[in-house]
Design a protein around this ligand. Sequence first.
Ligand SMILES: [Zn+2]
Length: 217
Amino acid sequence: MSATQTDGADRAMAGKTSIAQCWSCQGPVAQGQSFCPTCQAIQPPGNPEHFAQLAMEPTFDVDLAQLEQNYFRLQRTFHPDSFAAKSAKEQEFSLRHTTNLNDALKTLKSPVLRAEYLLQMRGAPAAGGPEKTVNDEGILMEAMETREALAEADSPSDVEAIVAVAQAGILDCTTDLSVAFADGDLTAASALTLRLTYLFKLDDEAAQRARILSRSA
Ligand SMILES: [Zn+2]
């Protein structure tokens, strides 16, 4: 399999040498290769990893412009419309590839989902799971107190102050997460992921509270 015959997703799978058989011509197809190099038939999508799926390096610091560019390129390649004249089997494969691409994009675009996915890939216990640390307790306490403050906020400026705190926290937390993942500190990354989840929720809840206040004003 030469690099020029493969698309980005296949290149990301390079190094895995397991060979399967093309369902159509029985020719050799490398694991993760989406099209048969012999007959060009679309292959079933296996069990893809989201980063490889979108031809991205598995890192927290994804280049979002590159991510979307890869997504749209691959989405065109697998678009069910391109397989409308093919067999039912090929149409089904194209649909499954498309679904996987959509799942991968949704996960990798969101900082929280991307962090959770990376933690899972690296074998870290889920944030907020049974392995909860003392650090998590601090975050949960802070979340409770801020929710109370939000429930009691009765002017737009009170809510705006909470939104500002949430958004500054999101920025800081994202920066710290990037460092934690780069250092391979999964315990810190796990706690920060939980904190980021809470900060995005807080940001949402503050926006809802602002809408309620503006309605009753
Ligand atoms: Zn084939």
